[in-house]
Write a protein that binds this ligand. Sequence first.
Ligand SMILES: C[S@@+](CC[C@H](N)C(=O)[O-])C[C@H]1O[C@@H](n2cnc3c(N)ncnc32)[C@H](O)[C@@H]1O
Length: 259
Amino acid sequence: MENQQTFFDFAAEVGLTKHFGGLEGTEELAGLCHIGAGTYILDVGCGAGVTSCFLARRYGCRVMGVDIRARMVERSAERARREGIAERVEFRVADAQELPFENDLFDAVLTESVTAFPEDKQRAANEYARVTRPGGYVGLAESTWLKAPPPAELVAWVSQDVGACVQPLTAGEWAGLLEKAGLQAITTHTYPVDVKKEAGLLMRRYGCGSIIGTMLRALALYARNPAYRAFVKGVRQGGIVPENLSEYFGYGMYVGKKK
Ligand SMILES: C[S@@+](CC[C@H](N)C(=O)[O-])C[C@H]1O[C@@H](n2cnc3c(N)ncnc32)[C@H](O)[C@@H]1O
């Protein structure tokens, strides 16, 4: 947990967050959740704000992005201003497990690589369902064990490589969270992780200019902050991708509709 705290604090400082599947995954999730012009979307765990801004630009929707870390929210707001869409994208600090919104407010609630982190995932899923309007959608894009149980060394590698103590579930467990939250017509699509493809997707999601800015911030942080240096070295030790990774580990899209 402490590792997770450190990881996200550094990610916020550098201004880079990600999820498996990149923008292509976001487009798929947006389609499954019927996001369109005039809809009001909640992006839970918005991180650096890339998806929130992308959704507003691409689909003409309004977006509320929330993250548990104030620094992430600042980064997201900076991005919205830079992209000239601040009037349609708003950001607030909030915990997925206790959303500060009234019932039935949003047309869709999304999380991309977020619901794997809260301690009480069911409570978070219940909150997503509560703030979604009847007929609206909850869509999760989350790390997934494709085959269970995964070997212990793979569990250790996944946690180490992502650096954030991610806790993937199986597809059945993710879908079960949505069902227990009272959602219906659950759609499940799963994909193995392709580490090389993910690097390309990250470039597309941020664009060259943004990636260069991020790298410069990371280098500056590395030079001035011994704790960051120690953290990066620790994460790198898990760097060699295990051969059987894609057999066991991937990500999934899980979408349910509110009655
Ligand atoms: C891996 S990042 C993904 C960020 C973003 N969705 C993206 O795709 O770039 C996970 C984010 O979830 C946030 N987070 C973790 N636990 C949370 C919680 N309980 N409530 C809200 N946000 C949370 C972290 O601060 C971080 O910004």
